[in-house]
Design a protein around this ligand. Sequence first.
Ligand SMILES: NC(=O)C1=CN([C@@H]2O[C@H](COP(=O)(O)OP(=O)(O)OC[C@H]3O[C@@H](n4cnc5c(N)ncnc54)[C@H](OP(=O)(O)O)[C@@H]3O)[C@@H](O)[C@H]2O)C=CC1
Ligand SMILES: CCCCCCCCCCCCCCCC(=O)OCC(=O)COP(=O)(O)O
Length: 342
Amino acid sequence: MPTVRPERETPAQGATAGKGALSKRRNIQKAKLMDFTSTVIIPLLIGSVGIFGLFGLLQRMRMRAYLQDAVVVITGATSGLGKECAKAFHIAGSKLVLCGRNSERLQDLVRELSAMTNHPKNVHKPYTVVFDLADTNTVLNAAEEILKHLGHVDILINNAGISYRGTILDTGVDVDKKVMETNYFGPVAFTKALLPSMIKRRQGHIVAISSVQGKISIPFRSAYAASKHATQAFFDCLRAEVEQFEIDVTVVSPGYIQTNLSLNAITADGSQYGVMDKNTLEGQTASEVAQVVLYAVGQKKKEVLVAGLMPSLAVYLRTLVPKLFFTFMASRARKERKAKAS
Ligand SMILES: NC(=O)C1=CN([C@@H]2O[C@H](COP(=O)(O)OP(=O)(O)OC[C@H]3O[C@@H](n4cnc5c(N)ncnc54)[C@H](OP(=O)(O)O)[C@@H]3O)[C@@H](O)[C@H]2O)C=CC1
Ligand SMILES: CCCCCCCCCCCCCCCC(=O)OCC(=O)COP(=O)(O)O
């Protein structure tokens, strides 16, 4: 029987066949990848976007329900951040209690809120209370009046405050005390006066508007930075102590905000500083920060730092490389002293 021998491939034919096989393999790999993309990756992406979207929607709904009709007390509502918080919570449908030292300015705000038309109508007319945080008696009377009139408080926003400019050497202790009374002892007394009713209901939310200066201390701000460090410490302790009663505590630490804070700051002799600082002018707008406060409350955040890059970095530097931070602060003090002298 004659044997049939397979014909031998020439090297050229072998190369062509090899290329063909390679491109076939590549095509199969490409098809597999496309198949994997369309059957696994794309559905996974769409699913994740959907889940995140749904999660966001649920969060927004929960936040809306939490803020709608809630009794929200805001101190320092006549100006700056407090005023913008009043607008934000009014739009969210909250029942506002606006606190300040000046009755006329509070009434102006009530009129301004009632005239706001760019949102679904808030059916609650804000209630106003006039008191001075530096006077404990008026603080306690105010808390009593609020509970008498509204029955309870859902959210207390301790926002009011004053700042200070001066050297430690020149500043009288009466000035340290005034800043401390307004920024620390006043809010502490107000919080303590409203707390038992929150505990009774096992419901409530206490917010402290602190500052980046509650975490770092900068030169010529001793009284202010001390009052904000004390605020941070007090409300951190409170958070831990009232968790058992389902009461939330949020500490907000803003960097510079465009408000009248520097204009209203007091100096070493207790007089008004009266200067609009460059840092303040270049800060975040009060309405931006108010939105952060609204969100932090709605999401029951425990603390929020809302500041630009340098103040935020400074907070980390103070914790991680304190020696370098202190060097920066000493140099800042030297520069400011020099600028004042010239
Ligand atoms: N602006 C900024 O750069 C920053 C501000 N903060 C904090 O934000 C909060 C709000 O300040 P901001 O809006 O900037 O400043 P503003 O000066 O614009 O507002 C301060 C508010 O506090 C009230 N207030 C001051 N003293 C008293 C007092 N003794 N009793 C009752 N109310 C008082 C004022 O009321 P009145 O009209 O009666 O004076 C005013 O409504 C403060 O706690 C401040 O420390 C934190 C970080 C940065
Ligand atoms: C390696 C990177 C190092 C970067 C950090 C260097 C240190 C920079 C110093 C920045 C200091 C920031 C101070 C911020 C203070 C602030 O935001 O305060 C908010 C207020 O409460 C304002 O009150 P004031 O009365 O002081 O206007």
